[in-house]
Design a protein around this ligand. Sequence first.
Ligand SMILES: *[C@@H]1O[C@H](CO)[C@@H](O)[C@H](O)[C@H]1NC(C)=O
Ligand SMILES: *[C@@H]1O[C@H](CO)[C@@H](O)[C@H](O)[C@H]1NC(C)=O
Ligand SMILES: *[C@@H]1O[C@H](CO)[C@@H](O)[C@H](O)[C@H]1NC(C)=O
Length: 319
Amino acid sequence: MRQSDIWAVAACLALSLVGANAAKEHSPIPLPSYHYGAKIPVSCLNRSMHDSLIHVSSPSDTGEHIEDDKNQLQYIPFPVCNETGKPLELQYGIEEELNCTIPFITDPFFHLLEFYIHNDAPLTCRLPARPPPTIQTVPAEPITQEYIPLIFALAGTLQLSHLHVSTHLNILLHSTPKHHLHPHDSGVLDSGAAYSTSPISHVTGPAALTKKLVIGDPLPLSFSIRWFPTPALPTTNGKVEWAGMGGHVYASTIFYCFVSFGAGAAVCTVWFWGVVLPKRVRGRGLGGATPLGYGLNGAAGAKLGNGWGMGTGTGKRID
Ligand SMILES: *[C@@H]1O[C@H](CO)[C@@H](O)[C@H](O)[C@H]1NC(C)=O
Ligand SMILES: *[C@@H]1O[C@H](CO)[C@@H](O)[C@H](O)[C@H]1NC(C)=O
Ligand SMILES: *[C@@H]1O[C@H](CO)[C@@H](O)[C@H](O)[C@H]1NC(C)=O
């Protein structure tokens, strides 16, 4: 019984140390991270598509991406949404239903949509993984902004004279794990995906999630945005389970044991004083050596007392 207690204490302490090391590897990042609710601009690859009314087909009209004069791919802001008057923006950690109506589909954009829907060219967008630094450290090398790709898998069907676009999209975003998950955490983007839902839905009328589109029409996009606080997907029977970053975050006990040295130590302390010692008190009765003296004068007990601030004073108490 006592032997197994000692092993359990040792195992718990070891877990705490592993947790502490993991925390050390992650914590000293001086780079900025998004605060809950911070705005994240969406920018997309600029693609060539000339106005079909004023040009004859040329090889560059294949939805090819545009490079700038440094041969870098050129990203431009997502089209302006009529609702906000600004290009599409996401908000860090905020789960929402967002409408973004592109008020007027131009001829070039219409033809780009054809490419996107056929997947001849992807609707390639990206998000800055971190917010831009507000204070530039003086001598340091310039910080290169990192991005995560967000490909909008836009679904629909092509007709001779028009398109059907599946206008409702889910956007799933993962942020990097924190060692202490809690609601409204700040963090850094890890990855994301965006896709049209119900592309073969035959629902018509105002509830329709597909839109028949001709040049000059508005394109009413709607987005359901969900956030995951780790790169993992939610599981119920496995370890991670959550309801987004704004709500409750659950994780298994073992995960919490790993999260940090401090938490681990606290758990061990509570467990030792709350579970192990009372058991011994019950098991041994109160005659002779006191349980406290007995427990903490043993080899493992003494180590515990010294290393974990559990009060060597009580250990020395002899009645
Ligand atoms: C996208 O590229 C085209 C062709 O080079 C250019 O005319 C257009 O201005 C670019 N769009 C933006 C927003 O820079
Ligand atoms: C988005 O648009 C739909 C349909 O037009 C509307 O019912 C809904 O209230 C809008 N949602 C928001 C958040 O504006
Ligand atoms: C855009 O918004 C304005 C006012 O906010 C509204 O009058 C107009 O009808 C909207 N256009 C579209 C295509 O939704």
